[in-house]
Design a protein around this ligand. Structure first.
Ligand code: GRG
Length: 272
């Protein structure tokens, strides 16, 4: 079921790419290249799964799901720049600034972020996404990562919550909004998404040393970053990811959530 939704999303993304990014100017080429990379599409899949769980219309959820993937892709393109993480590899291919150049990568991120908001016509979803991505969300998380050195686990959780959790939470809330969820339901979906985001980022930390993630292996270790792997080790790290996932699942157990639960449990065992 989640595979079907991912395929539906991938088809909609291809239609968007064909519509918006098929010119042969360097900006359109870079946007197309970034979006066509084989991403897991976790955030839009969560949006569509939550929409389905609450009996919403798929067609109503798709534009917001596309917008969330555009914002996520922008963040990866900028994160890979020399001024941030300085990475050569993303989604198993050269990063956008390696394939094109830094100027184009900067502009590609700007364009994807801006275009995202042209896709959504629901004001509540616009607010949710903007707040999750901006100075109190993902970009603050990136700032913590780059300029606010941390030593202890609670600070690491705050970093994860902002850098990764807020956007994943917004994906879940926006799935709810597309199914006319109430404010109380949205608040449960936000907590659900934040916990899934924490589990997702811990799993990302634990995969740092693995080959086959499509990213440079051992990057955190060589940069001497404090992560769940360096602070807790693989066993306690895995246990923390499982605990956050179980807490998240508990929150949605009152709904018909079997497909969503199957999907988020699967994220714990991802290899890339
Ligand atoms: C403005 C220069 C500038 C930088 C800002 C906002 C930002 C850059 C970065 C956001 C932080 C970031 C990259 C968080 C990463 C979170 C994360 C786990 C990314 C990987 O997500 P996956 O595994 O990737 O879902 P795929 O490739 O599958 O989509």
């Amino acid at each position: 079921m989640s595979e079907n939704l991912k395929q539906t999303f991938d088809d909609a993304l291809q239609t968007l790419i064909d519509d918006r990014y098929m010119n042969d100017n360097p900006l359109a080429m870079a946007c197309r290249y970034a979006l066509e990379g084989p991403g897991k599409r976790v955030r839009p899949t969560l949006t569509l799964l939550v929409n389905k769980m609450l009996g919403g219309s798929l067609q109503r959820a798709l534009p917001s799901a596309l917008a969330i993937e555009l914002v996520h892709t922008y963040s990866l393109v900028h994160d890979d720049l020399p001024a941030c993480d300085n990475d050569d590899l993303r989604r198993g291919r050269p990063t956008v600034h390696r394939k094109f150049d830094e100027t184009i990568a900067l502009l590609c991120g700007d364009a994807l972020l801006t275009d995202a908001f042209a896709l959504i016509d629901d004001v509540a979803a616009v607010h949710e996404l903007a707040n999750a991505a901006g100075s109190r969300g993902m970009v603050l998380g990136q700032t913590m990562d780059m300029r606010m050195p941390l030593q202890a686990l609670p600070q690491l959780d705050q970093l994860h919550l902002h850098k990764t959790g807020r956007l994943i939470a917004a994906a879940c809330v926006i799935g709810g909004l597309s199914a006319d969820a109430t404010a109380d339901q949205c608040s449960v979906l936000r907590s659900f998404g934040e916990k899934i985001g924490l589990a997702f980022q811990i799993t990302d930390d634990l995969l740092d040393d693995d080959a086959g993630t499509g990213k440079t292996a051992g990057k955190d270790r060589t940069q001497g970053k404090a992560t769940y792997l360096t602070l807790l080790g693989p066993t306690a790290g895995r246990a923390a990811a499982e605990r956050y996932t179980a807490e998240a699942i508990d929150l949605v157990s009152k709904w018909n959530s079997a497909t969503l639960v199957g999907y988020v449990n699967g994220l714990l065992d991802r290899r890339f």
